[in-house]
Design a protein around this ligand. Structure first.
Ligand code: 5GP
Ligand code: MN
Length: 332
């Protein structure tokens, strides 16, 4: 593992062009880490041209400074000296992967357990850390941090910890959050705007997903899906479905939640969550995806029933192993 902090400003000091990007379908942590890094480097390395590129993020992140400077066309106007890949490994960089390959120096900062080695020349990859935003903040020289940078970091941490309540929230995470709010931005407002507030269509989709959900495996699993027709009816994008799987997860008695939406003919994007013991990153990795122990995702081909059967088979294997362990523990 590459858990060692490194000197970010030293790594960037001779760079003429720095390019920052994150994963496809960027989430709150990804957008926030990229913008925090962007704002910080523009300030701390003024001689460099700093670019930030991502697939179009949800508009809710408009409250973060620099949002309008995110380039979703991935245009590079010269040689990239330093590429900073955030919150993912190379395989999820999408259109930025080619720019990554041609960059002079590659830096990878990530907290996904599925990113085993890091894909950069310099790696700061710490699985289990609350968020990439917290990792990014570790590397910042505090003299350049201001309220706008602090706000971006705070939003990233808040999103990936489900607002400081998932098990990835460490005492240090909370200390960092405390330090951040001292910069004096409106922290309750940004959480409402970026996390809790839903459009009417988003709430309708959440309602449908809950209504049509199915509990199975003796109540241990819950699954729901949204098909392409429904997405089209609401004129909705994948980012309108965020949060649904988390609502499914808190159904009393369930260990695992599966939420899927149709991305193409016989193709589903699957989100997985667990509560206590199932390692969903292993389940996702079995289907070519990845993520964290309690939150992971993958893309799976087949009908709704095929996908549910295949995924639940992997979950069941872990549940059986867990039951066996419990039995042995009782005997002991
Ligand atoms: P979500 O279910 O919210 O899309 O993703 C949960 C977590 O798993 C996130 O940290 C996300 O980055 C990761 N993840 C989701 N889908 C994939 C995937 O297809 N591949 C990999 N490697 N990670 C994924
Ligand atoms: Mn993240």
């Amino acid at each position: 593992m590459n858990m060692e902090k490194f000197d970010l400003l030293e790594a960037c000091k001779d760079a003429g062009r720095i390019f920052i990007s994150g994963h496809i379908r960027p989430d709150g942590d990804c957008v926030s880490s990229c913008l925090a890094m962007y704002l910080y480097l523009k300030k701390a390395v003024p001689a460099a041209v700093v670019q930030v590129a991502l697939e179009a993020p949800s508009e809710v992140f408009q409250c973060i400074k620099g949002f309008d400077e995110i380039d979703s066309t991935y245009t590079v106007e010269g040689a990239v000296d330093v590429f900073i890949a955030l919150d993912c490994e190379k395989s999820r960089l999408g259109a930025a992967a080619e720019i990554f390959d041609n960059a002079g120096k590659r830096i990878n900062i990530d907290h996904h357990v599925s990113n085993e080695r890091g894909c950069g020349d310099i790696n700061y990859v710490v699985p289990g850390y609350s968020s990439t935003a917290e990792l990014v903040y570790d590397l910042f020289d505090r003299q350049y941090v201001d309220a706008e940078i602090a706000k971006a970091v705070y939003i990233g941490i808040a999103h990936d910890t489900g607002i400081f309540k998932y098990s990835n929230t460490s005492p240090k995470t909370l200390r960092v959050a405390a330090e951040l709010i001292e910069y004096g931005f409106d922290f309750p407002a940004v959480i409402d705007q970026t996390f809790y507030e839903k459009t009417y269509a988003q709430n309708q989709l959440l309602g449908r997903a809950l209504l049509e959900s199915i509990v199975f495996m003796n109540g241990n699993c819950i699954v729901s899906a949204i098909d392409k027709k429904t997405l089209d009816f609401y004129n909705a994008a994948p980012k309108d479905l965020e949060g649904i799987v988390n609502q499914l997860r808190i159904t009393k008695g369930t260990e695992c939640a599966i939420f899927m939406y149709e991305t193409g003919n016989l193709e589903y994007k699957v989100s997985l969550r667990s509560c206590r013991y199932v390692d969903v990153s292993k389940v996702a990795a079995f289907f070519g995806g990845g993520g964290h122990v309690r939150a992971a995702g993958c893309t799976v081909n087949g009908t709704f029933h095929d996908v549910v059967n295949n995924i639940s088979k992997q979950i069941e294997l872990q549940m059986r192993a867990h039951e066996e362990e419990d039995k042995l523990a009782v005997k002991r």
